[in-house]
Design a protein around this ligand. Structure first.
Ligand code: MGD
Ligand code: MGD
Ligand code: SF4
Ligand code: MO
Length: 680
């Protein structure tokens, strides 16, 4: 038995340092690293089972070639040489006939390592193919909203919570998606009595453990933030000195926007009580170092950018951005200034046609001059996780589309592939990591050799690059050598780390010297007024108003969809672990008792969820975890596990106001008893 220090590569802000216990070439147990202070000796409930993930009997053993109709899941094993030769031959002939733009590399985030995530993109960049505007299914809305307000720079350090006297978890279910910050916040509460506030339409685990829980109406966060600003100003709790020195345009907001957000109107819009709004404002205004953890949940809807931006402005009014332990924290990665281009953009044209990640279906069906003729999907499962799943499926059914899927498992997406390649996962790969929700960097080595014939993303990118005749150096370096390239020409704390320590596997802190939250906007200040937004035709000042298309949908359908990660099945990356599938249960939705009673539905029923886009079947749980008028579907689950279908069949591919992100929560629907006949 040996133990190997590895880094968790799942798409998660915490980037844990882990200890993999290995016996006879197999990972037998995973535990959190006690010597990395943020990981603090524990992994989350899902990753505790990652020995089951890496050893899962459901993993794909060899490359496969399709033998039946697309989507049927009928394949025959082939060798790696056959698979790679066939891919390279097809791509070459497509490039000859239609040019490189007819190819799309659709690779995403399931392996967070900078090499295994970056080099696949590097391959397609160098080939000059159509480019993926990645992450619009996830964080481009919140990131853009933050960037126009605070600037492209990391927010507060989660570990600074030891200096906080108030934590507000605003649209984030910390106990599910950011457990190490949650643990630190709870420890601070225990030690100092610091209150934790949760603002979330779902009574999450974090909400149940909070000192104050505000069950806000979906999509009204901007109104709540403005209502709090209104009270801070009214009660003389605005920090005028900070506002004058570090912010831009607050006077206009104060004169033109805040008067409209009285406590009474704020209560009407948000569905909260005036008493709770007053209480929150008073707690916030009187705190010395209030830390707001901004979640992405509030941005997955039409005016999501406006929501996040407005909440991110609050610490500017109170001046908490200038205090250690205060401010706001969304992401941290923007402060890690490595030379990413070395891996992601080794060569290739400066610009190329962009394809929005969330519009895969639309673009497969309708893109012209040239149409997409070849698709490579890696570390991504769009047949479940993209909106408009019916369109994605229809696009993937195109006989003239050549699809390659690289994944450890036979996913819903892989079923549509012409060639499936078995992927190694993070326990089987060497890579360099930097957290996106903390200030840590770490080299992680593989704990075991890849299962079966699985190969890493890095390896596949290099093998295809070589077959396609690309000569960039990066395609012949080892992961360790490639990682060194990231430090060339980089400046700042990340570049200053001791490389010997780093590559020996020591977790390293990359904290900046901190003298208050830096602002990297055009004005160098926190921008209440944003000229960048004005130029895009968006409201330059924070505000809240109802969206006309949402209002139309709401008039037609009685329930609003809330989607948030499942506790044991987050997205689909853990669906290969039987234990976790069972813990999560058969795919389900949650309805408030009043709404269930109105429809004659009871806990444990099979139900039909439907709207103009289609219908799906799930199990029903009846609970006051949500407010009346809301239907919650945790996680996104593969089609085969549900009564029928998957939730993204009902979600539109409309964009958010900022960052062209996904609007899953701008979905309205109805629920009724399940009837086999109706579904046929
Ligand atoms: N363990 C684990 N960690 C993860 C992930 C995982 O799946 N599992 N996923 C990772 C990924 S890819 C991401 S993007 C992040 C996402 O993590 P978060 O930033 O936490 O975002 P979400 O999970 O989408 O939503 C968080 C909460 O927002 C609430 N919410 C929804 N709509 C609104 C609203 O209008 N207003 C307010 N105030 N709240 C709202 C939801 O009910 C939910 O509880 O987590 C990452 N971390
Ligand atoms: N309705 C709704 N839809 C959503 C969301 C929502 O809140 N509601 N959230 C959205 C968000 S935030 C995100 S980030 C996306 C996530 O969507 P996806 O990126 O599609 O995430 P996963 O479903 O986890 O799929 C990742 C795939 O990568 C595979 N994989 C794991 N490790 C590796 C590896 O090392 N190499 C390769 N090649 N493959 C690997 C896994 O087996 C899995 O099939 O979903 C989005 N979709
Ligand atoms: S909390 Fe996040 S980083 Fe840590 S083990 Fe779980 S998924 Fe990995
Ligand atoms: Mo995400």
């Amino acid at each position: 038995m040996k133990s190997v220090r590895v880094v968790c590569a799942h798409d998660c802000p915490d980037m844990c340092s882990l200890i993999a216990h290995v016996d006879n070439g197999k990972v037998v147990r995973i535990q959190g690293d006690p010597d990395q202070p943020y990981t603090a000796g524990f992994a989350c409930g899902k990753v505790n089972r990652d020995s089951d993930l890496v050893n899962s009997p459901e993993r794909i053993a060899t490359p496969l070639r399709r033998t039946g109709p697309k989507g049927s899941g009928q394949f025959e094993p082939i060798t790696w040489d056959q698979a790679l030769d066939e891919i390279a031959d097809r791509w070459k002939s497509i490039i000859r006939e239609s040019g490189p733009l007819a190819i799309l590399g659709y690779a995403y985030s399931a392996h967070q390592g900078l090499m295994n995530r970056g080099l696949v993109n590097g391959l397609f960049h160098a080939l000059g193919t159509s480019r993926l505007q990645a992450g619009t299914v996830c964080d481009t809305c919140c990131e853009t909203a933050w960037d126009v307000t605070v600037g492209p720079v990391g927010g507060a350090d989660p570990e600074s919570v030891v200096h906080s006297d108030l934590v507000i978890s605003w649209g984030a279910d910390l106990a599910a998606t950011n457990v190490h910050f949650w643990a630190l916040a709870e420890a601070q509460r225990k030690k100092t009595g610091m209150p934790i506030v949760v603002i979330d339409p779902r009574r999450t685990r974090s909400a149940r453990a909070a000192d104050l829980y505000l069950p806000i109406r979906i999509g009204t966060d901007a109104a709540l933030a403005l209502g709090i600003m209104h009270i801070l100003v009214r009660d003389g709790l605005a920090n005028r000195d900070y506002i004058a020195r570090h912010t831009l345009g607050f006077d206009k907001v104060e004169a033109e926007v805040l008067p409209r957000f009285t406590p009474a109107r704020t209560a009407e819009v948000t569905g909260l009580s005036v008493a709770d709004i007053e209480k929150l404002a008073s707690m916030y205004g009187k705190a010395k170092a209030a830390l707001i953890r901004l979640g992405e949940g509030m941005t997955r809807l039409t005016h999501g950018g406006q929501a996040l931006r407005t909440v991110a402005l609050l610490p500017g009014v109170s001046g908490h951005y200038g205090v250690k332990g205060g401010g706001a924290m969304l992401l941290t990665a923007a402060s890690c200034d490595l030379n990413y281009a070395a891996v992601r953009k080794p060569s290739g044209p400066a610009t190329a046609r962009m394809v929005n990640h969330l519009r895969l279906g639309e673009e497969l069906l309708n893109m012209k001059d040239p149409p997409i003729r070849a698709l490579f999907v890696g570390a991504n499962n769009p047949v479940v996780t993209c909106p408009e799943v019916h369109k994605v499926q229809k696009g993937l059914m195109r006989e003239d589309l050549f699809t390659v899927v690289h994944d450890p498992f036979m996913t819903d997406t892989a079923r549509y592939a012409d060639i499936v390649l078995p992927a190694a996962n993070y326990l089987e790969t060497d890579d360099l990591y930097r957290a996106y929700g903390a200030y840590w960097m770490q080299w992680g080595q593989k704990a075991v050799e890849p299962a079966g014939e699985a190969r890493s993303n890095f390896h596949v990118a290099q093998a295809l690059a070589q077959r396609m005749g690309l000569t960039d150096r990066i395609f012949s370096l080892s992961p360790r050598e490639a990682a060194e390239e990231l430090f060339k020409g980089s400046t700042g704390p990340a570049s200053n780390v001791d490389r010997n320590e780093l590559f020996a596997g020591v977790p390293l802190n990359i904290k900046h010297d901190w003298d208050g939250q830096p602002f990297k906007t055009p004005s160098g200040k926190l921008e209440f007024y944003s000229e960048q937004l004005a130029q895009q035709g968006l409201p330059p000042m924070p505000d809240w108003e109802a969206d006309p298309i949402e209002a139309e949908e709401a008039a037609k359908w009685p329930l609003r969809l809330l989607t948030a990660p499942g506790y044991f099945q987050a997205h689909t990356a853990f669906s290969g672990v039987g234990f976790l599938r069972e813990r999560e249960g058969k795919p389900f939705c949650i309805l408030h008792p009043e709404d269930a009673a109105k429809r004659g539905l009871k806990d444990g029923d099979r139900v039909r969820l439907f709207n103009d886009r289609g219908e799906i079947g799930l199990m029903l749980k009846v609970a006051d975890e949500v407010q009346p008028g809301v239907l919650l579907v945790p996680g996104q689950r593969p089609v085969g596990e549900a009564v029928s279908g998957t939730i993204n069949m009902l979600c539109s591919d409309r964009y958010t106001d900022m960052g062209e992100g996904a609007t899953y929560q701008s979905t309205w629907l109805e629920v009724a008893p399940w009837k086999e006949a109706a579904a046929a």
